[in-house]
Design a protein around this ligand. Structure first.
Ligand code: 9UX
Length: 69
């Protein structure tokens, strides 16, 4: 049973930012799908086990700020 969690992501200003966030989160264990929106300043993360703390840490490592929506 997969779960989907939406995050607010701030600091993204271009498509490269979107790719950086997407790739960082996609690498995380248990994550099967990531949809990042520059326009909505959001990341929708789906997976068998979505570790909120790890998702936020991965996004912050790329230089952006994230929080659960
Ligand atoms: Mo280009 Mo997006 O430096 O930060 S990746 S604006």
């Amino acid at each position: 049973m997969a779960q989907t969690i939406e995050f607010n992501v701030t600091g993204m200003t271009c498509d490269h930012c979107v790719n950086a966030v997407t790739n960082a989160v996609k690498e995380l264990e248990g994550v099967s799908d990531v949809s990042v929106s520059l326009e909505n300043k959001s990341a929708v993360v789906t997976g068998s086990v979505v570790d909120v703390t790890k998702v936020i840490a991965a996004i912050e490592e790329e230089g952006y700020e994230a929080a659960v929506k």
